[in-house]
Design a binder for this molecule. Structure first.
Ligand SMILES: NC(=O)c1ccc[n+]([C@@H]2O[C@H](COP(=O)([O-])OP(=O)(O)OC[C@H]3O[C@@H](n4cnc5c(N)ncnc54)[C@H](OP(=O)(O)O)[C@@H]3O)[C@@H](O)[C@H]2O)c1
Length: 254
């Protein structure tokens, strides 16, 4: 979402009670997010604002500059989390990027540091190099891309998993008969069932919605629960690790 569309969506989201906003240099909407945050007048310590940087900033100094640039565009003096957007292994500089994030953390300039689209081998490399474990790994994750192995590793290491495309973006997941059937049982929508599947196992979904009805629908998921059988039925939709976007492929990442 860009410009005014983004501003409106963030304004509505904050009014609806959302407090975590996920943006990125790559989304070209940090200024728009910043304007909505300023207008909303919500105390800064009630918000969790996260942004990400691209491969051009994969160096210790590059991350410092990227951080200052994101802060300026957002009109903030700190971020709750700064994230390496993709490892881009073909460039092989993501360990330097991680060192840059560690430095920001050690300087006390950012509250948490994370990565996104990092596979177990990428995580091993940055942890070996620095001894510092990311707070978060944001990965493509929904019932049909359940990412069982990476999630188990994250749990072992104490990394929080954030789910991007949590309701499947344009994949047709919201029309899946299993999802639709469970939604009907609860008198909820498919998107609400999918989001509930995430929060019920301590995953942090970051859905995108511009429609005001969808925005309020997506946050109204804390007053019902999926049964064990329903969770298992959703788990059976998993298409396996190979169906997820592969961050080792040169086509993926920026
Ligand atoms: N780290 C990464 O590499 C990465 C990659 C992709 C995305 N992300 C992050 O993840 C966020 C979400 O991912 P995403 O946008 O790809 O996928 P998503 O949140 O799974 O799906 C978004 C789509 O679903 C629609 N939608 C939202 N709520 C709905 C509802 N209640 N009922 C029906 N349709 C609904 C949205 O429509 P409208 O937009 O038209 O309202 C949009 O087309 C992004 O905003 C971004 O912050 C991160």
């Amino acid at each position: 979402m860009l410009g005014e569309e983004c501003e409106n969506a963030v304004r509505l989201a904050l009014r609806a009670g959302y407090r975590l906003i996920d943006t990125a240099f790559a989304y070209r909407n940090e200024e728009a997010v910043g304007r909505s945050l300023k207008d909303a007048g919500i105390p800064r310590d009630e918000l969790f604002i996260s942004s990400k940087f691209n491969k051009e900033s994969h160096s210790v100094d590059g991350v410092q500059r990227a951080y200052d640039d994101s802060l300026r565009r957002l009109g903030l003096d700190y971020l709750d989390m700064f994230v390496c957007h993709w490892p881009v292994p073909a460039q092989d500089q993501y360990t330097e990027a991680w060192k840059g994030l560690v430095r920001l953390l050690q300087q006390g300039r950012v509250k948490a540091i994370g990565v996104s689209n990092f596979k177990p081998a990428h995580l091993a490399k940055i942890i070996d190099a620095t001894g510092v474990v990311p707070d978060v790994n944001q990965i493509q994750l929904s019932p049909d891309l359940a990412r069982v192995q990476p999630r188990a590793l994250h749990e072992d290491l104490g990394i929080l998993t954030q789910s991007w495309s949590p309701i499947g973006r344009e994949s047709g997941l919201r029309e899946d008969p299993t999802v639709v059937g469970i939604a009907a049982r609860h008198n909820r929508t498919p998107a609400q069932v999918l989001l509930r599947w995430h929060v019920q196992q301590d995953l942090v979904p970051i859905p995108q919605a511009s429609d005001p009805v969808w925005l309020s629908e997506n946050i109204s998921i804390f007053d019902f629960a999926l049964s064990t059988t329903q969770m298992q039925a959703l788990n059976r939709l998993d298409r396996g690790e190979s169906a997820a976007r592969d961050s080792d492929s040169p086509e993926n990442g920026h």
